[in-house]
Design a binder for this molecule. Structure first.
Ligand SMILES: [Zn+2]
Ligand SMILES: [Zn+2]
Length: 322
């Protein structure tokens, strides 16, 4: 069969498009040599939030690459926003007295009315987190915070709003290594299993505070406790310190001149982390399974998931330090 020249050209162009596409049959991606790689900029981290300046150290990445990494030692409190509040005191309290809860992809204010309405919200009359005066049962000591956060939380903490305070973690620092130049790999690394089984951090905000693995909300609710996040999407764990489960726009953002979503930090593999939505409120439509994509300005980078999803990114496309 003879094709007219114009169709031949079209077919060749289509073939070229097909073969230069970066998604392989098995779902892995092949790094394109023409793609720009953007180095991590250590000056973007907020020195006032860190417990010491960012330093450069030798490191070995998950793919065996020997390279350099930035060592970021985060303190226990962010310098760009306040922590808390988490639990309101009384069911008459407004949203300014409590934090947020994430359910079914939505962000809910944990105000007094939310606490009052929990039995209806979860369709379970066991929920009764306040007394006859409307005062809400809230953990109020470090010991209560530790006990209520235990996976085998006892029934004595049923119907408690769990609130661990900044004063419990003033000595905590967290040290992270991020490759100075990201190395994109041919296949992504899933969180939660295999080599990343022990890694819960997804990335860092510019204040050094971690964007963490999804909060175990089913275990929390299963114990009839509520462990709200503050309006910045963070709460405190006595071991991990203050950490985020949602990107709510309260941390330092770097606006992008072209209307792209703002930069909010770095993923653990050194690729940039950006907000979910661009300046017109749209999410990119070409995100890969990890929630990443490429452009010539930002290189390969991720867009975090909606705040209500209790999730940031789904996997890492680049090498990381375990
Ligand atoms: Zn948490
Ligand atoms: Zn983007």
């Amino acid at each position: 069969m003879n094709y007219p020249i114009s169709q031949m050209v079209l077919l060749s162009a289509l073939a070229l498009l097909f073969f230069s596409a970066c998604e392989d049959d098995d779902g892995t991606t092949t790094p394109d040599p023409d793609e720009v790689t953007i180095d991590v900029d250590p000056d973007l981290f907020l020195i006032a939030s860190l417990s010491q300046p960012v330093t450069t150290v030798a490191c070995t990445l998950s793919d065996g690459t020997s390279t350099t990494c930035y060592q970021i030692v985060a303190g226990s409190s962010p310098s760009d926003h306040q922590m808390g509040p988490w639990c309101p005191d009384n069911i008459s309290d407004g949203a300014d007295k409590g934090g947020i809860w994430l359910e079914g992809g939505e962000v809910y204010d944990v105000d007094g009315a939310f606490i009052e309405n929990m039995a209806t919200f979860y369709n379970d009359d066991t929920w009764q987190m306040y007394d006859a005066n409307g005062d809400i049962f809230t953990t109020d000591t470090q010991e209560d915070c530790a006990n209520a956060a235990n996976p085998n939380v006892g029934v004595e903490y049923r119907n408690f709003c769990v609130e661990c305070l900044p004063s419990y973690i003033t000595e905590i620092t967290q040290t992270y290594l991020i490759p100075t130049t990201p190395v994109k790999l041919s296949s992504s690394t899933q969180f939660g299993g295999g080599p990343m089984g022990g890694v819960s951090v997804r990335g860092l905000a510019f204040n050094g505070i971690r964007f963490d693995a999804p909060a175990p909300v089913n275990a929390i609710l299963g114990a009839y406790t509520l462990a709200p996040f503050d309006d910045a999407g963070g709460h405190i764990n006595l071991n991990a310190g203050y950490h985020y489960h949602a990107a709510t726009g309260n941390t330092t953002e770097i606006t992008q001149a072209d209307g792209h979503a703002p930069m909010i930090g770095y993923a653990l593999d050194g690729h940039g982390l950006y907000g979910q939505l661009d300046s017109s409120g749209a999410e990119p439509t070409d995100l890969d399974a990890c929630r990443g994509h490429y452009d010539d300005t930002r290189g390969y980078h991720y867009h975090v998931d909606a705040a209500g999803t209790n999730n940031f990114i789904n996997c890492l496309s680049g090498a990381y330090v375990n």
